[in-house]
Ligand binder design. Structure first.
Ligand code: NAG
Ligand code: NAG
Length: 187
């Protein structure tokens, strides 16, 4: 029973070394944490283009219920979108990114959507960053508020809300432009 002792000592020594290494690296990670604690609030406005008509629609209906066509609210419809996001209200305005995700008609009583989408920026100071919006959108209401539930890049740890207001709606084609005012708290 004499042999295991040196092994135990070696193990204890190893443990001490690793503990020291961990504590020395934790000072730099606490600095990182301090930097992280500086909360920022960012507000941006983008225009979201839901293009139904013409040769290049920005989305596709991927599912519907047997009753969707007879439902006055389109209940059961699911549409995948890759909608352009622009700085101004028209498509000729600067493209800043795309809204990728889907919306589903989830109300039997009014036109109400569940929105699940990522705003992926492709230009400007937010290029490469994303925010994720998940919420309820009663489309014929003047202001619809949806939670921002996360983000990436500059918007890491994001939390916030978006307010959507219809800027243009063509009842014939279904084409719509919606202004999104997004308020994000992040680090
Ligand atoms: C956005 O970022 C990508 C990847 O880093 C880069 O290739 C592209 O040129 C950038 N676009 C603009 C408009 O800054
Ligand atoms: C709706 O779209 C149709 C077809 O493009 C167009 O003829 C009509 O003028 C549009 N209506 C409005 C109000 O923009």
């Amino acid at each position: 029973m004499a042999k295991p002792l040196p092994l135990l000592l070696l193990f204890l020594l190893f443990l001490t070394i690793t503990t020291t290494t961990t504590s020395s690296s934790s000072s730099s990670s606490s600095e990182k944490l301090k930097r992280m604690k500086k909360k920022k609030i960012t507000h941006f406005t983008v225009y979201w283009h839901d293009i139904m008509s013409g040769p290049n629609p920005s989305g596709a209906m991927v599912a519907q219920a047997p009753t969707t066509k007879t439902s006055t609210t389109g209940f059961g419809l699911v549409r995948i979108i890759d909608n352009p996001l622009t700085k101004g209200p028209t498509m000729s305005s600067d493209l800043v990114g795309r809204a990728q995700g889907f919306y589903a008609s989830t109300s039997m009583e009014y036109v109400g959507l569940m929105m699940a989408m990522n705003f992926a920026f492709t230009s400007g100071k937010y290029n490469g960053s994303t925010v994720t919006i998940l919420g309820r959108n009663e489309v014929f209401t003047e202001v619809r508020e949806m939670p921002v539930i996360g983000g990436s890049g500059l918007f890491r740890w994001a939390q916030g809300y978006a307010q959507a207001r219809t800027s243009m709606l063509n009842m014939t084609t279904g084409d719509a432009v919606v202004k999104y005012d997004v308020h994000v708290m992040h680090y």
